[in-house]
Design a protein around this ligand. Structure first.
Ligand code: AMP
Length: 394
């Protein structure tokens, strides 16, 4: 038996899962939130039971101590299931990291160097690695990068059409994110369809609070909607996605908005929230049902953008065998799924309305029998994918 501890460390949170890898079962999962505030809240779930507490947790290192104490108190025993490897989600791997990588000092320096591309994430991910090294001395640490799956993008897809020298000097290009999810979901789709991954052209729509689309050809990412940062592409909960870059220049000149304000505007108060006053798709859909005009327009913008990418990736791939919906919105919103594919029957894409609204969970087919393209819902599992890659790396 071998257990893998999966760590997702954020600027003020620590999420973890201990996964037994022969059966790929979650032995325990938990989170420590509001690290550094007066009171942090913790949750440790084991055997379907959640153990919650509130206590001060000042640093990531302390959060790890709290996590280990929760294992001691509520199980399973880390002596019985010692992690053979700790897998860390690391957001930005730049051009350097194209697969899961065993952490050493040089790797840490490189992750740190990429912090300027992901200032909210990479420093926090590094803190998680440092804390894990202290808590689990001698256990290998593996970094699994959100960008790595997109290392295969061709230059035509990743190059921004700006001055090449400026782009190169400042590492400005499309990197793409949600790679762990896109990889997991595209592989799970091949398995679900019982077809070799190498033969499949798949469009994955990861629609969570953050959202991105990915064109996968034979298991390889060939295009994706997020860019230099996770701001580009689809409309998200609070992020704008694509817009004319001149909007920034114009708002700076016209409304006097500075860089910090523009950053906040586009990342935190745009998207569904900015358009409708609601950042959660459930609330937006409920508001459209109640006739709320802003919600109706906001949802239509969200769906319009989604369809735009589906069309682009169908063209780029030369057709698709499967279109896969995943993450919070993708797994749970029949309205969004139906909207994104409406009118695409001429391309051989035909949803089955009954299957689409079925409350079923788990991987499922939602296209009609006569649909040339299989439309699937596949729940993503980034933690399991990180655990698999971390174990494979050692
Ligand atoms: P994620 O980032 O994958 O956890 O997705 C979170 C988002 O999924 C939430 O912000 C909601 O907008 C969305 N979501 C969750 N459940 C539903 C649902 N039943 N219907 C529509 N959207 C949902």
């Amino acid at each position: 038996m071998s257990a893998v501890l999966v760590i997702n460390s954020g600027s003020s949170s620590l999420k973890y899962q201990l996964i037994e890898m022969t059966t790929e079962t979650v032995l325990a999962s938990g989170l420590v939130e509001r690290i550094g505030e007066k009171l942090a809240s913790t949750k440790h779930e084991v055997s379907g039971e959640a153990h919650k507490r509130e206590l001060p947790v000042a640093t990531m290192t302390e959060a790890f101590t709290v996590m280990v104490a929760a294992f001691d108190e509520h199980g399973p025993s880390l002596a019985e299931f010692p992690p053979v490897v700790v897998g860390h989600r690391v957001v930005h791997g730049g051009k350097r990291f194209f697969s899961a990588t065993i952490v050493n000092d040089l790797v840490k320096i490189n992750i740190d160097d990429l912090s300027e591309l992901a200032p909210l994430h990479n420093p926090a991910n590094l803190q998680g690695i440092d804390a894990a090294e202290l808590a689990f001395p001698g256990v290998p640490q593996v970094a699994v990068f959100d960008t790595a799956f997109h290392a295969t993008l061709p230059a035509a897809a990743y190059t921004y059409a700006i001055d090449a020298e400026i782009a190169e000097k400042n590492r400005v290009r499309k990197y793409g994110f949600h790679g762990t999810s896109h990889k997991f979901v595209s592989e799970a789709a091949a398995e679900f369809l019982g077809r070799p991954l190498a033969e499949l052209k798949t469009i994955v729509l990861h629609l969570g609070n953050g959202a991105s689309a990915c064109a996968v050809d034979g298991g390889i990412s060939v295009d994706t909607s997020m860019g230099l940062t996770p701001l580009e592409g689809l409309v998200m909960g609070t992020r704008s996605g694509d817009l004319d870059p001149a909007v920034l220049i114009y708002l700076n000149r016209k409304a006097g908005l500075g860089f910090a304000e523009l950053d906040t505007l586009l990342n935190r108060s745009s998207g569904l929230l900015g358009m409708t006053g609601r950042g959660d798709m459930r609330d937006v859909v409920a508001a459209t049902d109640a006739g709320d005009e802003a919600a109706i327009v906001g949802l239509s913008v969200y769906i319009h953008r989604l369809k735009h990418y589906v069309g682009a990736y169908l063209a780029g791939l030369g057709g698709a065998d499967a279109i896969v919906f995943t993450a919070g919105v993708g797994e749970n919103s029949p309205v969004v799924r139906a909207g994104a594919l409406e009118g695409l029957e001429f391309l051989g894409i035909r949803l089955d309305p009954e299957r689409n609204i079925s409350p079923e969970r788990g991987p499922r087919l939602i296209s009609a029998e006569d649909s040339a393209v299989a439309v699937l819902v596949i729940p993503t599992n980034e933690e399991l994918e990180i655990a698999r890659q971390a174990l494979a790396a050692v």
